[in-house]
Design a protein around this ligand. Structure first.
Ligand code: 4AD
Ligand code: MG
Length: 476
């Protein structure tokens, strides 16, 4: 019976005949194969009867080779595992030249593994990260599906700039060397594939809103693209975003939803991926040991996840946050790169992390930001200068969620569009929502990779997505 290692370790019985297929991690003493098939973190030990096995075959059992084993489940003689498989038949399905195979059974640097991203998922750490990522994605769908939300696939190619930040990748079928020109000598996008300028989406929110205003509660979960030249450990040019949108929901309800949702997916994933997260926890602790004492985290990875699950997020207005930052010693001693001196300043990640890690020491929801530093679609407050925005800030990550109550008043939204010089004709359909059956509604966007970063204890966003897209890098 062909069986996965995960199933074998869970349900395998002594004396059972099994067939395993996987990749050799190590082969010791011409006798013990540590076999991994990716179904779980654990390897299974396969014991080869080397006295009755062809020399030439033994030589082909090398790290990285794909093998098929038929054998019997027996009690393990060695320590570290309860059972092992006594091989009766062994076949090398795909050889792996040990002189050339990059992933050797030793510690490789994360940089080296990034250069070998097609093979890095065969290591314990990346196997664990990618299984955790998959489980988080499942938990996200499960949460929304069980709570009456409909999954909506918003377009990847679009004509609008949802965030109004101008950080878009152009999509075109024109000949770059010889594009058609208008009479005034500009590129004539009327002759392009879609008859207009188009780009890859930066967010599915605007289209998501149209569906929320019909189906009530929706969510998107798809790739988004940003041509922002931020070469940081928190930014990708291609990342996955989850964007729920809910009709008749105000900002306070939006915060409740975001908090409940995050706690649920963390709890589900911690329970489901216990072994992987325990492995990553150990990895996290080993990394911490390389840091000076005063920079080490007071909690280990599992404690950090549990802390988020069991504690209320602290809700703080932007104005309160600015007061805290302005008066903190860190600011007074000029230790921030960007000093906070007045209301209206945009918060940098150093400020967000100060609030979360030093001041409150728990996840924080900042709300009611100055209108000037937020996107055009956010609901203007009665004070005329702040909007009903909310950002959720996480320890070690900074901003993990950005959201808001949406401006539902036609006149106010139109004025904003005009003031910002956004082309009204690109957003006619979005404005229509405010003309036909408008209502209070809210939503947010969760950056999926930032959630995976938090859950795995990794520190660079390039290590939690299979093939990172960053400035100057689109290998694979
Ligand atoms: O704050 P952002 O830009 O908000 C929006 O796009 C809204 N349309 C969301 C909404 O209200 N429906 O992005 C949302 C989240 C951020 O909080 C962050 O977690 C993540 O997306 N994010 C990125 N993640 C990785 N790389 C980048 N370059 C990211 N930019 C944003
Ligand atoms: Mg944001």
């Amino acid at each position: 019976m062909y069986i996965s290692i995960k199933k074998l370790l869970k349900e395998g019985k002594l004396a059972q005949e099994v067939t395993l297929k996987g990749w050799v991690r190590t082969f010791r003493s011409n006798r013990f194969i540590a076999l991994n098939d990716g179904s779980c973190l654990e390897n299974v030990q396969v014991v080869v009867d080397f006295e009755h096995t062809d020399e030439a075959l033994l030589r082909r059992i090398t790290t990285g080779a794909a093998v098929e084993v038929e054998g019997t489940v027996v009690e393990s003689q060695g320590k570290g595992q309860a059972i092992e498989v006594q091989a009766a038949k062994l076949k090398v399905l795909g050889d792996s030249n040990p002189e050339e195979y990059p992933i050797q059974p030793k510690k490789h640097s994360l940089e080296f593994l990034r250069e070998n991203a097609h093979l890095r998922v065969r290591t314990n750490a990346f196997g664990a990260i990618m299984r955790v990522r998959s489980t988080l994605a499942y938990a996200i769908h499960k949460y929304f599906q069980e709570n009456g939300f409909f999954y909506v696939n918003t377009p990847i190619i679009t004509g609008s700039d949802a965030e109004g930040a101008g950080e878009m990748f152009r999509v075109t079928a024109l000949d770059a060397k010889n594009p058609p020109l208008t009479e005034t000598g500009e590129v004539d996008f009327k002759k392009d594939f879609f008859g207009r300028e188009t780009n890859l989406t930066v967010s599915g929110q605007l289209e998501g809103e149209t569906f929320a205003m019909a189906l009530g509660k929706i969510y998107t979960f798809g790739p988004t693209f940003r041509a922002e030249n931020s070469n940081t450990s928190r930014h990708l040019a291609e990342f996955w975003m989850i964007e729920p949108e809910v009709a008749f929901l105000d900002l306070a309800g939006n915060m409740d939803l975001a908090e409940d949702f995050i706690k649920y997916v963390l709890k589900y994933t911690l329970e489901t991926c216990r072994a992987d997260i325990e492995f990553l926890n150990q990895r996290f602790l080993d990394e911490e040991k390389t840091k000076p004492q005063n920079e080490r985290s007071t909690m280990n990875l599992i404690e950090k996840i549990e802390f988020v699950i069991h504690n209320n997020f602290k809700r703080v207005s932007y104005t309160e946050a600015i007061d805290i930052l302005k008066n903190c010693n860190h600011n007074k001693k000029k230790k921030f790169q960007y000093l906070i001196d007045e209301w209206g300043a945009d918060l940098q990640s150093e400020h967000e992390r100060y609030l979360v890690e030093k001041h409150f020491q728990c996840p924080v929801i900042l709300f009611d930001y100055p209108a000037k530093i937020k996107a055009f679609y956010m609901r203007l407050n009665e004070d005329g200068k702040t909007v009903r925005a909310m950002d959720i800030l996480f320890p070690g990550i900074g901003e993990i969620v950005g959201g808001s109550q949406r401006e539902e008043r036609y006149d106010v939204l139109l004025q904003k569009v005009h003031d910002l010089g956004i082309k009204e004709e690109d957003l006619w359909w979005y404005l229509d929502l405010r003309r036909f059956g408008t209502a209070v509604h809210s939503g947010f966007g969760l950056g999926f990779e930032r959630l995976v970063l938090f859950t795995t204890g990794m520190t660079n966003i390039r290590d939690v997505i299979p093939y990172p897209r960053t400035p100057q890098n689109a290998e694979f």
